[in-house]
Design a binder for this molecule. Sequence first.
Ligand code: SF4
Length: 362
Amino acid sequence: MTFRLPPSSSHRWTNCALAVPASQAYPDEPEGDEAREGTCAAWVAQTVLTGMSVNCAALINYTHENGWLITAEMARDVQEYVDLIHKRGGTTSCEAFVTLSTDPLIAGTTDLTATIASIPTLYVDDLKYGRKIVEVRKNTQLVIYAAAILRKYAPGTFNLVQLGIYQPRAFHRDGTYRKWVVSVADIERMAAEIIEAGRRAYAPNPIGTAGEWCTYCPIATRCEALAQTNYARITVVHSQSHRDMTPLELSRELDFIEEADATLKARKKAVQAEAEQRARSERIPRYGLEMGTGKRRFKATGEVVRMLTGKDPYEKQELCTPAELVRRGASKDVVNALSIVPNTGMKLIKVDENYIAKSFGE
Ligand code: SF4
């Protein structure tokens, strides 16, 4: 079987040999909203860094080829990343396709940037626009990219590599920009371990190993390793004993819960998404689809709301909610006419006794 081990999912296939070979048997899933937004933000950064646009603001209201609209907020966030790279000086390249190894084939498109500003340091940075925290230490995607770039230069050109993650929309104790400086020798050692993990994916009968990397795995709903890892963690025990935990027990318990939570969430997310999709054309016993609704919000401007209700919706600096204005004495009928309850798309619901009773108004 021939397949490619992409840098973007290296956090998964370096931990689980089964993920990539098994996913070859199934069609690619369409990109989710989070991935499309991230691709769009990375494209904005690259367009400016490669000089094809004067700045990010010039791209506002353009649409990426995946359909994602560039908003003023995205332009502002990405411009901060671009400014950070520009401030460093030197030359920056955004190589779209990199190859770390041909056997096993570890290669793929990336949206990372490499900057040569002050030899002997190579700077490799990645913009992460999602809110799920991405750590920089031992980040396999950055290591693959750095090692692939280093191979283009004569040995000894660089001594150090600074890896960086810029994540503007997620709080992290180390800040928006997190960096990790490592020697070239360490990058090469980590790259050799990644190549070794790639060989395990190519070996006959690769084994699945479940862990937090199962999140968004394309075969998470079909995978026995993930399903049974979760089942094995759910055992009902009858006992009379109880006592306080020691600090060490508490610490170990927290580690266990974090690990168990990650594999359960990975499976839950994948199974719910598949059920939601299939419920459109198949009957899923005891489950159905219902139109989801968001929170009621004003559809009229704050000024119009003030004129027609006689109440100031900006009492606390920002536009208040319709419910808050009614609490302050505005007419409920007028507020309802000035606001909407937005639809949030079809969502999966459990059709149990409570749901049926509620549907009949009980
Ligand atoms: S779901 Fe988890 S264990 Fe199964 S193939 Fe994917 S990463 Fe491996």
